[in-house]
Design a protein around this ligand. Structure first.
Ligand SMILES: *[C@@H]1O[C@H](CO)[C@@H](O)[C@H](O)[C@H]1NC(C)=O
Ligand SMILES: *[C@@H]1O[C@H](CO)[C@@H](O)[C@H](O)[C@H]1NC(C)=O
Ligand SMILES: *[C@@H]1O[C@H](CO)[C@@H](O)[C@H](O)[C@H]1NC(C)=O
Ligand SMILES: *[C@@H]1O[C@H](CO)[C@@H](O)[C@H](O)[C@H]1NC(C)=O
Ligand SMILES: *[C@@H]1O[C@H](CO)[C@@H](O)[C@H](O)[C@H]1NC(C)=O
Length: 172
């Protein structure tokens, strides 16, 4: 084989086909959870407009919110809507103050509310987001459709293609 040929386009045709089949077959499985760093570079700190931050994104069930904050100064409380509005830090649903970060997975649809205690909530350290259902990745099963087995076939096809790709790559 020509060693100078390094791009995808000069792979042998059968291998390209296998790669293509693998990508098509595996596509639904590639829809993965997103990770959002709250506040981006400004992280979890006073004086950041988290409403403006949250407006930039769509959040889905399974996604992660990661709060980074200055160790020992700030915390992350999950609270209800009422407590969010008035910055009430008593009886939070979740209370995290250890270390310098907190990763929270959105495990249901609906509204989530986070505040910082110790008065920082009044300084803007409050975040509310809405988690939407995962976008549909395959058509709804129709009547007497063997969707379960076709989903299974997809996975098998992806597996076969993957093994074949590795095998062909190993030979070349
Ligand atoms: C934060 O951003 C939102 C949306 O961009 C805006 O409506 C709101 O007035 C801002 N709040 C502050 C305190 O600047
Ligand atoms: C959060 O929990 C810690 C102990 O784990 C406690 O000291 C702190 O007072 C709690 N904060 C709030 C706002 O509930
Ligand atoms: C919201 O949480 C507060 C405690 O922070 C609690 O007193 C209140 O009853 C809760 N409200 C609802 C509607 O659950
Ligand atoms: C979601 O996670 C929280 C803790 O982060 C837990 O208390 C709650 O029961 C979970 N809900 C579901 C529907 O799994
Ligand atoms: C679907 O399956 C049911 C029995 O499970 C059967 O009575 C019905 O005729 C089938 N419909 C079609 C369109 O095959």
């Amino acid at each position: 084989m020509d060693n100078s040929c390094q791009t995808l386009t000069c792979l042998p045709a059968p291998l390209l086909l296998l790669l293509f089949l693998f990508i098509v077959a595996a596509a639904p499985a590639l829809v993965s959870a997103d990770k959002f760093v709250v506040g981006d570079q400004q992280v979890w700190a006073p004086g950041v407009n988290y409403t403006a931050w949250a407006e930039k994104f769509q959040f889905h069930v399974g996604d992660w919110l990661v709060f980074y904050y200055q160790k020992g100064y700030y915390d992350v409380l999950e609270v209800n809507a009422t407590a969010y509005e008035v910055c009430a830090a008593d009886n939070p649903i979740v209370n995290w103050s250890r270390g310098r970060s907190f990763a929270y997975q959105l495990n249901r649809t609906g509204n989530y509310y986070f505040i910082c205690s110790r008065g920082y909530c009044y300084n803007g350290m409050k975040l509310t987001i809405v988690a939407k259902p995962l976008p549909a990745t395959s058509p709804a099963p129709s009547q007497n459709d063997s969707s379960a087995s076709s989903g299974h076939l997809r996975v098998v096809a992806a597996w076969i293609a993957a093994v074949a790709s590795v095998f062909v790559l190993g030979l070349s």
